[in-house]
Design a protein around this ligand. Structure first.
Ligand code: F58
Length: 843
């Protein structure tokens, strides 16, 4: 039996908390919560969990602001170097639990809520996710903010305050449908609107040269202007007085409203400016890995970059005047993928056109301040903007990029002077920031990754294998020129949200076993669990926690699907964006095979089978047709096997709709096996693999992304590794048409085509994509890995039957997860790239 959440075991120190509470000038939470309800919401009492949430959140917000103010007063006085994390996405999820725990207020607020008749968990459940991101890249940015604050590093995030975040996914007859994410309607207690803090951002218009004395200056007159209005989102560190900031920009019209047009009866025109402006920060682009070249997206990118850079420069000038040569000692910017890369041109424009620096001085400063992280190897996801689009929307930036490119290619010519003229010309053309569209010779493109590399001090990939692919393949030409620019920074996740707060039962057991909760800030300490991995008493406690989490997830499945699943079954989970390269398809095929085997078994044989509950969750980009078909295949297969009375206790498959951060917080602690089965060399890193590992979940995976490093830390023999290796892929792709598929594969394909799961016309393109070499050619080599995958799954069953071995491995996973704390990642960025040092305010 698991003891009720033993909060004490998680606290930094109960005594310290009591002291802090005793000396705190903040009002007692119970009264404060009811006050907030009365004066902000006009309610006499908390009638629903939602009321209780609002009262609590607005009360906690004040503590957060106190801490925010102290931190920023301190930083203002100390004037340390700052890191600014520029990202089009921050997938924050919920804030209440995280804030309360990070600030060490959980005891106070849980007690207060109990007095009001509420349970903290239920109340926290009333909060909506802030889903301002698509997937891994956006969630990584959120984990990084948590670590930056926890490590007392002077640093902020900068992004966009989308009015509508990631779409809500619903299932309609088993097909994905998208609904808007309207998340701001009841207000957002976690943000502070900074009245008066706004910057003008321009688009379009013309560029002219004018004389200023005997100096020629460039003047850009935009044809469209909007305000970028600042909203601050305080980010509390854990076990530190530091509260840092995520500043998000909201787009607003320059003129409130066209009264002239209104008076003339033209209501539509009167509102036009407002609509046009607001459209910029209205919606998050729901694309994963397949960006669409939509102009509005470039507008969004420039919008937040322009506002952020102006904001940083204005603070810099307030302390250092125009000594811009000091800027690289005071500020650096991390570009989260190519989305904020227009920063290279914008910083040049601000320094040269606005501040009057000469080009070379500005270029030295710019390249010292910027750094770029690559998150993908998918060639189609490397952003390229048509010169025409760029020149129309950002005419001055296009000029600047041309000048940068001239300087760059000229420098390159000198650098490569040893080469023969023809070879040299070829290399220069291959590395030109502006180049022809290979599929349309009429069109010229700006390659944003090339601009980012040329304009940055450091370029990094997000796992060891990925950083090598970046160096050896994607940006190899550049690597040869600037080998020292290229680095690896293996991703990490915050152990606060992803272990301590989402799995307090396991966290308490760990704290109790290790004798302190220091592991929350120093995850290397988890390695001491290795000594307990084979201890039967400890294993029993470990298993009890896992079982309790499985019960909780089972209750959720019951709520969503109405079915009771077998909680003694192995919980087998794959949750991530739906993409062909992530190969949810491969998973479904093996589930079909398992089902067919079960059907053939005698009742006696079935008794020996390992029961499984398979769960798949994730969103498909709305325009990603094949991904939507994969979702339908999951639901169609589930419909058949979940209804089969003969096998349903031994095998079930559910699609969990609307996978998001909050759902992950329930799923991950309950998982026993998680799947990370991308085609080798395609998943840059993956980060959910790290979250599963921390929670003692075994991994079945390919030799890809961070799986490799996770296996190294956990012990390769403890991981179910299968499949072809990244360096074999090119050759196998060439040979795929001659590949002899496994007979089991052929059988399953016939089943799908033959309508065993219905919808056979809808599934035809899916079958073709992996079988018909004229149509799909199985680019992600599903067939090549199929047999090895089935073998690995068999091995999973074998180990699960030996529960003590399974539990030993489970403990070894958590014990080996120390490396994957985002604290470690952020420390590496701070030391190797940012050169930023901690600066902690007094408590
Ligand atoms: C992800 N990229 C990688 N992109 O796929 C994953 O392997 C990695 O762990 C993670 O970044 C963090 O480094 C990713 O999530 C996006 O969502 C982009 C959004 C905008 C369009 C292009 C994809």
């Amino acid at each position: 039996v698991i003891p009720a959440r033993s909060r004490g075991a998680l606290r930094v120190s109960a005594v310290a908390e009591a002291e802090r509470t005793a000396t705190s000038s903040s009002p007692a939470p119970t009264g404060d919560i009811t006050n907030k309800l009365k004066y902000l919401f006009g309610k006499e009492a908390a009638e629903t969990p939602k009321d209780a949430y609002h009262g609590t959140a607005w009360s906690v917000r004040e503590r957060l602001i106190d801490s925010f103010d102290k931190t920023h007063e301190h930083w203002k006085k100390e004037d340390p170097k700052f890191i600014y994390y520029l990202s089009a996405e921050f997938l924050m999820g919920r804030s209440l639990t995280n804030t309360v725990y990070n600030l060490g207020l959980e005891g106070e607020y849980a007690d207060a809520l109990r007095q009001l008749g509420y349970d903290m968990e239920k109340v926290a459940d009333a909060e909506r996710d802030a889903a301002l991101g698509n997937g891994g890249l956006g969630r990584l940015a959120a984990c990084f903010l948590d670590s930056i604050a926890t490590l007392d590093l002077p640093g902020w995030g900068y992004g966009i305050r989308y009015k509508y975040g990631m779409f809500k996914q619903v299932l309609k007859n088993g097909y994905q449908a998208e609904q808007p994410d309207i998340w701001l309607t009841s207000g957002n207690p976690w943000e502070i609107r900074r009245d008066g803090l706004r910057f003008e951002v321009g688009f379009g218009g013309r560029v002219e040269r004018k004389k200023d004395g005997n100096k020629e200056v460039t003047v850009w007159t935009p044809s469209e202007k909007v305000w970028a209005q600042a909203y601050d989102n305080p980010i509390p560190g854990f076990s530190t007085p530091t509260t840092s900031n995520l500043r998000l920009w909201d787009a607003q019209p320059i003129s409130e409203f066209d009264l002239g047009a209104f008076n003339a009866g033209d209501y539509d025109r009167a509102m036009l400016d407002r609509e046009r402006a607001e459209a910029i920060s209205a919606v998050l682009y729901p694309n994963d890995s397949t960006p669409e070249g939509k102009e509005l997206r470039l507008k969004q990118q420039y919008f937040f970059v322009c506002a952020s850079l102006q904001d940083v420069l204005s603070r810099f000038k307030a302390t250092h005047g125009t000594k811009f040569e000091l800027l690289p000692d005071k500020a650096c910017f991390q570009l989260n993928d190519t989305h904020p890369t227009i920063a290279v041109a914008e910083l040049m424009r601000l320094l040269v056109d606005v501040e009057g620096l000469d080009w070379d001085a500005a270029w030295t400063i710019t390249t010292k301040c910027l750094n770029y992280t690559n998150h993908t190897v998918m060639p189609e996801a490397l952003e390229k903007w048509p010169v025409k689009v760029m020149a129309k929307m950002l005419p001055r930036h296009m000029e600047i990029i041309e000048v940068i490119n001239e300087g760059w290619t000229k420098w390159l010519g000198g650098h490569l002077k040893e080469l023969k003229a023809e070879e040299r010309a070829k290399r220069i053309s291959a590395m030109s920031i502006i180049h022809e569209n290979p599929w349309n010779k009429e069109e010229m493109l700006v390659n944003m990754a090339y601009l980012a590399v040329v304009g940055s001090s450091a370029v990094n990939g997000v796992a060891a294998i990925h950083s090598n692919i970046v160096k050896d393949e994607i940006l190899n030409d550049f690597y040869q020129i600037f080998p020292s620019k290229f680095q690896n920074k293996t991703n990490g996740v915050t152990p606060r949200r992803w272990l301590a707060w989402c799995n307090p039962e396991l966290a308490s057991l760990i704290t109790e076993t290790l004798g302190s909760n220091e592991w929350i800030n120093d995850t290397e300490k988890l390695s001491a669990l290795r000594a307990h991995a084979s201890d039967p008493t400890f294993q029993k406690k470990w298993a009890a926690v896992k079982h309790a989490k499985k019960e909780k997830l089972a209750a959720l499945i019951k709520k969503i699907h109405g079915d009771s699943v077998n909680t003694n079954a192995l919980f087998d989970i794959q949750i991530k964006r739906i993409h062909e390269y992530k190969r949810q398809y491969l998973n479904v095929l093996s589930i079909i095979w398992r089902y067919k085997q079960l059907k053939k078994m005698t009742p006696e044989q079935r008794k020996k089978a390992v029961p499984r509950v398979c769960l798949i969750g994730g969103k498909a980009a709305s325009a990603y047709d094949m991904a939507k078909r994969i979702i339908r295949l999951v639901t169609a297969v589930g419909d058949v096997i979940n209804k089969d009375p003969e096998t349903k206790d031994l095998l079930s498959l559910y699609f969990l709709p609307d996978y998001n951060v909050t759902l992950a917080e329930t799923i991950i602690p309950a998982a026993e096996l998680s799947q990370h089965i991308s085609t080798a060399g395609t998943e840059a890193s993956g980060t959910s693999n790290m979250k599963f590992q921390m929670n003692g979940c075994l991994i079945i995976g390919t030799w890809d992304g961070a799986n490799i490093e996770i296996a190294e830390e956990t012990g390769v023999d403890n991981v179910f590794v299968f499949g072809v290796r990244a360096d074999e892929i090119n050759q196998l792709r060439k040979e795929r048409k001659n590949f002899k598929t496994d007979p089991r594969w052929d059988e399953i394909m016939k089943d799908i085509e033959g309508g065993m799961f219905g919808d056979k016309d809808y599934f035809k393109p899916l079958v073709d994509s992996v079988n018909n070499m004229k149509v799909g050619n199985d680019w992600f080599l599903v067939a090549n890995d199929f047999a090895a995958y089935l073998d690995a799954q068999e091995e999973v069953d074998k180990v699960y039957k030996d529960q003590s071995e399974w539990l030993r491995r489970s403990i070894m996973y958590t014990a080996g997860s120390g490396k994957f704390s985002s604290d470690r990642t952020i420390r590496e960025y701070a030391e190797d790239i940012w050169h930023v040092k901690p600066s902690r305010p007094a408590a």
